[in-house]
Design a binder for this molecule. Sequence first.
Ligand code: NAI
Ligand code: MG
Length: 491
Amino acid sequence: MDVQFLVELAQRTGTLPDLPTQHFIDGHWCASAHGAMMDSWDPGTGKVFLRFAAGGAAEVDAAVDAARRALGGPWSRLKPAERAHLLRAVAAGLRAQADVLAVAETLDSGKRLAEAQGDVRSAAACFDYYAGACDKFHGDTLPLGPDYLAYTVHEPIGVTAHVIPWNYPLSTAARGIAPALAAGCTVVAKPAEQTPVTALLLAQIIHAAGLPPGVVNVVTGTGSEAGAALVGHAGVDHVTFTGSVATGVNVMRNAADQTTRLLLELGGKSPLLVLADADMDRAVEGVMDGIFENAGQICSAASRLVIDRHIHAGFMERLLQKTRALTLGHGLRNAGMGPVNSAPHLHKVSGFLERARSRGAQILCGGNSTTDPQTGLGWFFEPTIVDDLRADDELVQEEIFGPVLAVQIFDDLEQALDLANGTRFGLVAGIYTRDFSNAHRLAQRIDAGQVYINEYFAGGIALPFGGNKRSGFGREKGMEALRSYSKLKSV
Ligand code: NAI
Ligand code: MG
């Protein structure tokens, strides 16, 4: 079966055959205790494409028990190089199933097929990277003087919970699960209720690769039922949560009772700074990818363009031309931009623009919800640019999580820096300039977990990623992630 065959099948039937629909616990598919099920929609058509198990405390208990038992089982006796071998087999399994994974991800999340294919490749690369890291993450010896031998050991944290959002279902699952496994932990994952399917496929691939039962478990269901039960569970030692600030705060409170460790990857309102001497074509391309990829539903989206007044008019002209040329369509057709993930989310994005319109904001293009021009279906929002906003505007301060670019204009670099740092978020910043002194000076003073210079979204799995301020704490990716999944013992 090639990808085109699956695309046509999905277009004809609205779904794919043989997708998993149950929890994966202790190496088996399990129904919910009371047989409860819920729907997942295809955002490109607004129609249900899958019914899957809705879990809660009972299924979470079973999954955490399985993960605890697995922690003391054969998994704990494997040599790091043997764990590496298994993780490499997972990467191979992901590549072998890439077509099914990508088409299923497009149906479930709405994203363009090409993006979904990229997500599968990055998930596989993530398992390869952490396979290589298993036997290279080591402690130190510390010179305390004669008669002392002091050393540090990294021990697995234990049972790790992963609460996964709907914007990057497979790749976020992989970037949490792979380092947790490399560090010797076990896993209970809870995918978003909007996008359960690729986490279940991943569990299937992990099991087929030969990891012992119980090492990776997946419970599907809502955040308030399954998610809350998981993050507050006494048998969980660490929670990796990716999602909204409000839910992150909730998770923190819930985890506090058990002093469970946390890694929080919350939203952003990331600025992309364009200085007067920037390469304009590159910068326009950076903005287009930064805000319209995945219909702007990216925690690290370049949702604010912070631009020098001297080049503002010319830059906007080029940017508008490209934005107006973006086509919309179902993700399987690989149009320029796909839908947003759900009807409630579309309503939320629309609300921001309705309020902006009533404030008299300069909406240069877009600003409305719409449908797939070919079918009249689906949850789409037009690519939108709002010009010359004040620093305290809602469009500047709040994460919209849609294809909406907020433009801010500066007169000098100090003001650019103030604008860049002028939100409660601190996830990413982009800087476009040919002057590397200015670039590095700004990079030093911007409060963000990562700064891109002249290429937005540069890097990959080797580069640590995480937020400052209300964008969260802890770091994923890179060797740094292994620290998040281990506890240090000094002897
Ligand atoms: P959310 O933060 O509520 O959901 C994310 C995940 O948390 C889902 O798996 C959900 O089931 C789970 N969850 C929800 N409530 C929970 C609870 N009480 N305990 C444990 N887990 C819980 O985000 P939502 O409502 O889907 O989206 C709202 C906004 O959040 C978006 O508009 C966007 O601004 C932001 N967001 C940011 C993401 C990021 O990548 N940082 C990803 C998804 C959403
Ligand atoms: Mg869905």
